[in-house]
Design a protein around this ligand. Structure first.
Ligand code: GAF
Length: 395
């Protein structure tokens, strides 16, 4: 009989020992466990989640990890291995939106959101480590939130299902952090699976895993972090969301999910020019997600390049959330051999992805670095990602 505790990974990945040792130095004693949650790349389906549409992200092999121990009082002590905030102390009875700063917004937001659901949250000591690049559009904040909610779900015995954790972390983001984001990022982080993308219907949260393995197709997925930092709590994201809501209202539908590509000609006569372009992005993007899923299931990743390109063009021209650095990353990748490329995530900075033949990986990397240098942009960080497992306990 296997008596190993459920969710306990074996063997423990490198690094959990160091994290536990650092925890002991900072807080004394040992953590009760270490939980990790990945960042994500969105393969396709951008700004469709809050329109009750379709998304196709995958969890990446870059994670946030939290070592956690429950305290006997209502104090929260938080420390991260990066940044310079030092140990941050908070009290559970005084958590409220706007009360936290820096990365501590994410764990404290999750604790607050759990309290709002009536869950009795204990004080904790928490040490965070993460290799998800910050502000790169790879969902570093949701990775923290999903690691924390996984830990608290287990430590409190709350018994939340993935769906509940998605909604609680969304509430933390929307109300505590102040970013009006949808449900895509935390869904990818919580539901991710090695070798798969997560096809999510954001209307009912139905999720299906779709094979996305680049290696057998002799492809790699390159991430190009432009180093243009962005925040979804800034106005751009909220203004796009407002345009979508206006479009749905004028068209008399519950959400833009209910508008089909064939309805666009009629919609153009009913909407102002800018709102129409915002709507057209969402409607065509939903359609592209469905076609991408079909192609991945019938032919594999080598068939989806032109859909990635079309998605980028739509974000650049209709939704207007790209920037010069992202466009340069995408155009240069395509010109030097990628079979498809697009910005990924909420936009206004962050990262692009380029689906690239293995044989041309170096050529694409070199071309992008050179193009950025020639344009006087910051040196981009370029690395490969593959679809990885979702949030789980690792020690
Ligand atoms: C950000 C948000 F967090 C997501 O909910 C989603 O809207 C995305 O931007 C755009 O597709 O990552």
């Amino acid at each position: 009989m296997n008596t190993a505790p459920q969710n306990l990974a074996s063997p423990a990945p490198a690094g959990t020992g160091e994290l536990a040792a650092r925890f002991a130095r900072e807080f004394g004693g040992t953590p009760e466990g270490i939980w990790q949650a990945p960042g994500r790349v969105n393969l396709i389906g951008e700004h469709t989640d809050y329109n009750e549409g379709f998304v196709l992200p995958f969890a990446i092999d870059r994670t946030a990890r939290v070592a956690v121990r429950v305290r006997p009082d209502s104090t929260v002590r938080l420390l991260s291995t990066y940044g310079d905030q030092g140990v941050v102390n908070a009290r559970l009875d005084s958590l409220q939106p706007g009360s936290a700063k820096g990365w501590t917004k994410y764990p404290l937001g999750v604790m607050w959101a759990l309290q709002q659901r009536g869950i009795e949250v204990p004080g904790i000591d928490l040490l965070l480590d993460s290799d998800v690049p910050l502000g790169a559009g790879l969902s570093s904040s949701h990775a923290i939130e999903c690691a924390v909610i996984s830990a608290l779900n287990e430590l409190t015995g709350a018994g939340l299902e993935a769906q509940d954790m998605v909604l609680a972390t969304q509430r933390a983001e929307n109300e505590f952090v102040g970013a009006p984001t949808g449900i895509m990022d935390q869904s990818a982080s919580l539901r991710g699976s090695e070798g798969h993308a997560v096809f999510l219907d954001c209307r009912d949260q139905n999720a299906r895993l779709v094979p996305f393995e680049t290696q057998p197709a002799d492809l790699v997925m390159l991430v190009i972090d432009t180093k243009v930092s962005h925040s979804h709590a800034d106005g751009g994201y909220a203004s796009r969301r407002a345009s979508c809501e206006l479009g749905a209202e004028v068209l008399g539908v519950k959400a833009l999910r209910d508008v089909q590509v064939g309805d666009l000609a009629e919609a153009s006569g009913l909407l102002d020019e800018v709102t129409f372009r915002r709507v057209r992005h969402v409607v065509t993007e939903n359609d592209r997600v469905l076609r991408t899923v079909e192609l991945l299931e019938s032919e594999g990743p080598g068939a989806i390049g032109s859909l990635l390109d079309a998605s980028h063009a739509s974000m650049r021209d209709d939704f207007e959330i790209s920037c010069a650095e992202l466009d340069l990353a995408v155009d240069t990748s395509r010109a030097s051999g990628a079979i498809g490329a697009r910005m990924t995530g909420g936009g206004f900075g962050g990262a692009a992805v380029a689906l690239t033949p293995v044989a041309l990986e170096q050529a694409v990397r070199d071309a992008v670095v050179k193009a950025f240098a020639d344009a006087g942009y910051k040196v981009p960080d370029i690395f490969t990602v593959s679809p990885a497992a979702g949030a789980r306990r690792i020690a």
